[in-house]
Design a protein around this ligand. Structure first.
Ligand code: GDP
Length: 194
């Protein structure tokens, strides 16, 4: 399986230092949405991606390697309230530039807490990325915190928002319960083999 072989590659602190080669899939999300946990769960490796004790402090970009010049890019979490507004705005601008211009990027995985998906900042990310015509997969994580019924309702609500948009797919996910692993494997695997 694709994610099982994931290995840490490098950390970059500046978008101007991004590697030239390879194809990449980016993971983005609001701080604390569960992005690091999702990467660890997918890789079946408890400490591959650093689970933040102080969300929003780590503003570097971690590259992981799937093998075969295929990468996973762990983007800095956005929107953490205790980061100064100017720093936050600076990083969000860089994220926007990355999403809009990065040639190596073939798809975006947007991590959102299933209990509060599609915040204003999540929508900004989607708006920046939409013109590229590349696919987005929304991971509604921490699904275990919702009842079955509420999970279905959350999924339907987000799917409904994007029913006109064939480039956006949505699924439920839980790192705690390892729920939804096969679905994202299939989607991201499909991007790499397209
Ligand atoms: P990040 O800032 O997006 O990388 O978020 P983290 O992966 O660091 O997770 C933030 C917090 O949410 C941590 O306390 C995690 O243990 C918790 N968390 C992440 N994923 C899940 C999940 O699927 N279920 C539950 N119950 N908690 C989760």
């Amino acid at each position: 399986s694709l994610f099982r072989g994931l290995k840490f590659l490098t950390t970059v602190n500046d978008l101007r230092q991004l590697p030239q080669e390879g194809l990449e899939v980016a993971f983005a999300g609001r701080s604390n949405a569960g992005k690091s946990s999702a990467i660890n769960t997918l890789a079946d490796h408890t400490r591959l991606a650093f689970v933040s004790k102080t969300p929003g402090r780590t503003q570097h970009i971690n590259y992981f390697d799937f093998g075969g010049d295929r990468r996973l890019v762990d983007l800095p979490g956005y929107g953490y309230a205790e980061v100064p507004a100017a720093v936050r705005a600076h990083w969000e601008k860089l994220l926007g530039q990355y999403l809009m211009t990065r040639q190596n990027l073939i798809g975006l995985v947007l991590i959102m807490d299933a209990r509060r998906p599609l915040t204003e900042r999540d929508r900004n990310m989607l708006d920046w990325f939409r013109p590229t015509g590349k696919p987005v997969h929304c991971l509604l994580t921490k699904a275990d915190k919702l009842s079955r019924q509420a999970q279905t309702a959350a999924l339907r609500a987000v799917e409904k928002e994007f029913e006109e948009d064939s480039l956006i797919t949505v699924q439920l996910f839980s790192s705690l319960k390892k729920q939804g692993v096969e679905t994202i494997e299939e989607i991201v695997g499909g991007w790499f083999s397209a």
